[in-house]
Design a protein around this ligand. Sequence first.
Ligand code: TRP
Length: 334
Amino acid sequence: MIDGKKVLFSGMQATGNLTLGNYLGALKNWVTLSDEYECFYSVVDMHSITVRQDSAELRSRARKLLTLYIAAGLDPEKNCIYYQSHVSGHAELAWILNCFTYMGELSRMTQFKDKSAKHADNINAGLFTYPVLMAADILLYQADVVPVGIDQMQHLELTRDIAQRFNAIYGDVFTVPEPYIGKVGARIMSLQDPSKKMSKSDENPNASIYLMDDPDTIMRKFKRAVTDSVGAVRYNEEEQPGICNLIDIYCACTGKSREETEKEFDGKGYGDFKTAVGESVVEKLRPLQEKMAELEKNKDYIDSVIKNNAERAAYVSNKTLRKVQKKVGFPIRP
Ligand code: TRP
């Protein structure tokens, strides 16, 4: 608890261009959660170097992502928006937690298995202990809730196990975090293969709408979106996964329900529907893109946010870190 509010922690990596899926599935929810919880939203740049990155590009993407958090509506006065790498406690706690995590547990992580298959030439120790750093992120702030996608649930389960294991030895040191699963319907799928999640790392640029895509690009991608031969705008998951995805996107952007959408496009063709979905996305992203452009011009403001919030994150996280260091037997600082 901080000032009577429960604590929320989440983070995103600055690798790849953020997609409409990241926005509708995560970022938009973060904004609605920011009133109820004391929120820490990190740009987890330390996680990114588990796969090889171009330095200049990582730095510039990280800055864009942090700016995007603000452009999407997170008030940096109320939410702690900061770079993971600016708060040394993450690495320090991660080391300690490494000593309370088993090799067997880490070997079972599906993301590790997937990523080591994908980057067979660079299966580094960081990739292996990635979930421990994630546990440190969460436990440092004594987070009560962690909004995560289904793909990160296994890491969150491990975080809970590590916290409970530590608490069982040393007393109640860590808050054991709960997952926060967002509303259904926010899971946005690829426009080219509706059985796959829309992903920022998809090789096919037509599969994803990037948050900074211009209107023409957005309209073109929706025109090319994969549908089916049924020919009716119906929410039929079995036979029409592509159309279901477009309906979900349309609903998320317009606030309409699935039923209203089906009614609105009753008797109309896919061409008309795709145009409407595209336009709804263009309108949804317009204010975000405008705000982004405005913020990017305001270098001093963003710099001050980065500095102030890192200081606050360091202050809060140090309280946990000092307690943990004492518990495990490190010498007290005179
Ligand atoms: N591993 C998460 C992802 O790739 C990002 C992340 C790092 C995170 N630390 C976190 C998410 C802590 C939630 C809480 O999506």
